[in-house]
Design a protein around this ligand. Sequence first.
Ligand SMILES: NC(=O)c1ccc[n+]([C@@H]2O[C@H](COP(=O)([O-])OP(=O)(O)OC[C@H]3O[C@@H](n4cnc5c(N)ncnc54)[C@H](O)[C@@H]3O)[C@@H](O)[C@H]2O)c1
Length: 305
Amino acid sequence: MSLLPHSGKRIVFTGGSGLAGSYAISKLLEYGHKILNVDLTPLSNPDVYTLKADLTDGAQAFNSLSCHFKLTEPFREPLQTPDAVIHFAGIPRNMLVPDNELFRVNTMSSYNVIESACKLGIKKIILASSVTTYGVTYAEGDVDYPSFPVDESVPVNPMDTYATSKVCMERVASSFARRFGVDIYVLRIGAVITPDRHEEAFRGYVNEPHHWKVHGWSYTDARDLGNMCHLCVEKDGLGFQIFNATNDEITNEHPTEEFLRMVCPETPFTRVMGKYEAPFTNRKMKEMLKFQEEYPWRNQSNFKN
Ligand SMILES: NC(=O)c1ccc[n+]([C@@H]2O[C@H](COP(=O)([O-])OP(=O)(O)OC[C@H]3O[C@@H](n4cnc5c(N)ncnc54)[C@H](O)[C@@H]3O)[C@@H](O)[C@H]2O)c1
């Protein structure tokens, strides 16, 4: 249980039955938040009601954001406007469905959630975007990052459908934030590592670091992603913001600058990096949201072969 004070916000979480959402929801519950999960499939968490909805349908999105959080007979709580919506629902990578279907699902669901939230008067919207927007992960062939660290000022430049759908979501979000004056915080999430996949993932990252340019030698612990969501819920008044939502450190044992000079000799640095700072740096989130990681990878196991 976290030592941070509980604020008990009412949060609609979309896509909470999935890999990342289920861990993020558990963390948010620890902070005392009340959650309604909106997903196509149920979440096996007795503390959270799942409303089954297809968010590509605007009317279903609108109703999901203006809904009771629990089924009781009779309804005991009056309908209340949620304090925040956290939108994780969508297709989480290429080649799960055909590209046009991925684009339809991700862009329509995010448009519907953002529009409904704004028109219902929800003041805080948090969106799951991706570091794939920087354009290396699903590039056609080996592409370099333009500079290090890869921070939020580095232009997004994808060639694939998944990351392009996330760029579209970010653009819609900035437009609605400007029009409605609400806070919309975009999380550019790295490769999400859940506790059950931790050992296997870091065995690969540590022992074969040259393979992991596509992840930017960075990652996002699923439980720390819940901490990040909590900080976004708590911090008001920042308007439209984009945050790299990654953990603090590079995913192998080399000091960052030394390693990056070795594997990407042509790529310039725009500033001095911390000794083990993640190349997809989370410095902005640390400065603006006071993020402190709870699950640094080095503490969790021995990843040597
Ligand atoms: N997993 C990662 O490494 C990673 C990295 C960066 C960003 N993200 C983003 O984080 C979010 C969650 O990813 P995940 O790995 O948990 O994916 P996931 O596939 O495990 O979960 C996504 C959830 O969204 C639901 N969903 C899909 N379409 C829906 C619709 N039309 N209406 C309602 N619900 C719908 C699914 O049923 C599922 O439960 C996604 O937006 C993904 O793009 C994930």
